[in-house]
Design a protein around this ligand. Sequence first.
Ligand code: AN0
Ligand code: CP
Length: 318
Amino acid sequence: MKKFTCVQDIGDLKIALDEAFEIKKDRFKYVELGRNKTLLMIFFNSSLRTRLSTQKAATNLGMNVIVLDINQGAWKLETERGVIMDGDKPEHILEAIPVMGCYCDIIGVRAFAQFENREFDYQETIINQFIKYSGRPVFSMEAATRHPLQSFADLITIEEYKKTPRPKVVLTWAPHPKALPQAVPNSFAEWMNATDYDFVIAHPKGYELDPQFVGDAKVEYDQMKAFEGADFIYAKNWAAYSGHNYGKILSADREWTVSERQMAVTNNAYFMHCLPVRRNMIVTDEVIESPQSIVIPEAANREISATVVLKRLLEDLK
Ligand code: AN0
Ligand code: CP
C-alpha cells in the first residue's frame, strides 16, 4: 500500500479483516518490520484516540515515532499558493512538507475540513499536498472528507459483535453545539457501502451528505422508523454539506439525541460512536452506559486498524 486515505486503498475488506484479527491475536507479530523506520504524525487539530492508538500501533511494529502539533510550537503555515506572505504565517506548507519528509519514512496527517470553502475541503487540498510533496507514503488520521482509520476500526468492531451475517446498521445524525465535519459520517458510509450490510442513514432534512458517500444507502428522515429492527446504531453529528449551507448548523433538535426511547424499537442494537462524544446532546447517559454500548471496544480497535495500515505501508517501502 502506497497511501491510505479512503476505503479503496485497503483493497479487499475480507483480507484486511483477516489481517486485523491476526494482529489482534498477536499485536507484536511484525515487530521487526519497522526497525529503524520513523513515523511522523502531523496534527493540525486536536486528538486523543488517533494520537495514542497510532503511536501504539507504530511501537507494535518496532517503529520510532515523532509527533508534531502544528498549532503548538511549529510555525503557522500558509497553505495557498500565490499568497503574498505579509501576514501572520511565517512558513509555506510547500517548504514545510518536503522538509518533514526528510526526517521520516511514513507520514500521518490530521487536517480537518476548515468550512471556509467547500471546494478546498472536498478536494482534500492539505493531505493531497502531503502526498504530492513529502516524497513519503501518507495516511489519513482524519482529513477533510474522510476518517478511514476510524471506519476500519468500526468495521472490525461490527464484525466482532454482529449476530447475523447481514446486520442492519443505522448511521444517525444527532445534535451538537458546534459545527463538526462530515469526515466521520462520509467515511463510515463509504466503508459500510463496501460491505453487504443493510445500511441506513438517518438525519433531519438539510443534512444530506455528499451523494458520492451516500451511494446506494437508504436515507430516512424519520429517526424512529430508521431505528426499527436495527442491530447497530452509529451516532454522529455533522454540519450541513449542501450548497450555501455548507458548514452550518441547521438543527439543534434534541429529539434526535439517542435515548432509550429510540433504542427500544431496535433489535437490542449495539450503540457506537467514534468519540469524543457530548453526553446528553448526542446520546443519553443511560444509553452510553448501557451494556449495549460498545464505544470503548470500538476505540480499542483503533490500535488494530492503525497497526494493519502501518504494516502495509511498511511492507511497500522501497
Ligand atoms: C471531530 C469530528 O467530528 O470530525 C473528530 C471526531 C473523531 N470531532 C470533534 O471535533 C468534536
Ligand atoms: N475518534 C477519534 O479519532 O478520536 P480523536 O479525535 O480523539 O483522535
